[in-house]
Ligand binder design. Structure first.
Ligand code: PLP
Ligand code: SF4
Length: 356
């Protein structure tokens, strides 16, 4: 298709006019739009050759999103219960999430925070930010702040600068991490002003979310290069997704594209059971077989850790023999407590939790 769209596509009208959805889908798309945000920025729209291809599937809304299965949850990984003040999520002793806004450059149809993210959502105002910084100052065990959202690189350079300077003023914060999709979704946002705001004497890391090799366009790679040229290492996280990266060829292509862009694959996430995401789910056994099929084929540099965020807020664990039990019917959390799970990692509704 490689047509150029000057603006981000958001409405059913715009999707239909762009040829990304049939006229007959209008009513269904409008119902989905009432429930979940949609945004397809020009950089992504230009990559869609067919609505059901690996790029289109990630961002084009589908009426199937309105069907919620029994195991799906609006807060699948239990962040809400772990939030001591707005914008902070505290699950691990030494690190926290800081969510300064809930805006993203595009809205992934499989997003684990899809009930919360959106274009008009969740910008922490100055008072809320100050409360978050106050909480961080009072918790000296926190050495790392993981900025996520939403997408922190959607902040203005000015606001990012304010956040960075406040974090730098807290002596015990040694590492600042930014989770983002902006370098692939809207590479032009990565400009000198934003990069200047990220300059710091602390360890700064960027974690890029990308799911298919085609996302690594020349513009995206140039944006990554601009980040790396500021001495910021970039590592990659991806979500294992049906129809996007669920074959040996597509997963290998993704991991190789990351390494070629000097991005070290960090995590391959098992998809969290957010509402209306069933069409993307890949069973854990299949995910493990897929990774096994890459052993020996790709450089060790390309190897991600395949992880599950255990439903209910129990934390992330690698999907390997040290944590899986009973042929994948249960998983141990970082404390060694056992949780029954279904084939795609969802909470097993039929069984009561037992201890190891
Ligand atoms: C994923 C996550 C982190 C970061 O975990 P790492 O394994 O260090 O990448 C931190 N806090 C919360 C609440 C998380 O969900
Ligand atoms: S970029 Fe992240 S937070 Fe934003 S819609 Fe995609 S998965 Fe959700």
């Amino acid at each position: 298709m490689t047509r150029l769209f000057p603006r981000t596509l958001r409405t059913a009208d715009e999707l239909i006019a762009a040829g990304l959805a049939p006229e007959a889908a209008r009513a269904g798309l409008e119902d989905v739009a009432a429930a979940y945000a949609t945004a397809i920025p020009p950089a992504f729209a230009a990559l869609i050759e067919h609505p059901d291809d690996p790029i289109g599937r990630q961002v084009i809304p589908d009426p199937a999103e309105l069907l919620t299965t029994a195991a799906e949850r609006s807060d699948p990984i239990g962040d809400e219960a772990l939030s001591p003040v707005p914008g902070i999520v505290h699950r691990y002793a030494d690190r926290v999430l800081l969510k300064p806004l809930l805006v993203c450059p595009l809205y992934c149809r499989f997003c684990f925070r899809r009930e919360h993210v959106g274009p008009d959502g969740g910008l922490l105002d100055d008072a809320a930010l100050d409360r978050a910084f106050e909480w961080l100052r009072a918790h000296p065990a926190i050495g790392e702040v993981v900025m996520t959202g939403g997408d922190p690189l959607m902040l203005s350079a000015r606001r990012m600068d304010r956040i960075m300077r406040a974090l730098e003023a807290i002596p015990h914060i040694q590492t600042i991490r930014i989770h983002t999709r902006v370098p692939v979704a809207d590479p032009a946002r990565v400009d000198a002003a934003l990069l200047d705001a990220l300059e710091t004497d602390r360890a700064m890391w960027v974690v890029l979310h990308a799911n298919h090799a085609r996302e690594f366009t020349p513009e995206a790679r140039a944006a990554l290069r601009r980040i790396q040229s500021r001495a910021i290492p970039v590592i990659g996280q991806s979500v294992l997704l049906r129809g996007v990266n669920d074959t040996t060829e597509t997963l290998e292509g993704l991991l190789r594209a990351m390494v070629a862009a000097r991005v070290k694959p960090y995590y391959l996430h098992q998809l969290d059971p957010a509402p209306g995401t069933a069409r993307f789910h890949v069973p854990i056994a299949e995910g493990r077989a897929l990774l096994a099929s890459l052993r020996g084929r790709v450089t060790g540099l390309a190897w991600p850790t395949y992880v599950l965020d255990i439903p209910g807020g129990h934390g992330k664990v690698p999907l390997g023999p040290e944590y899986l039990r009973d042929e994948g019917r249960a998983v141990l959390d970082p404390q060694g407590v056992r949780h029954e799970i279904g084939p795609t990692g969802e909470a097993n509704l039929a069984e009561k939790p037992r201890t190891r």
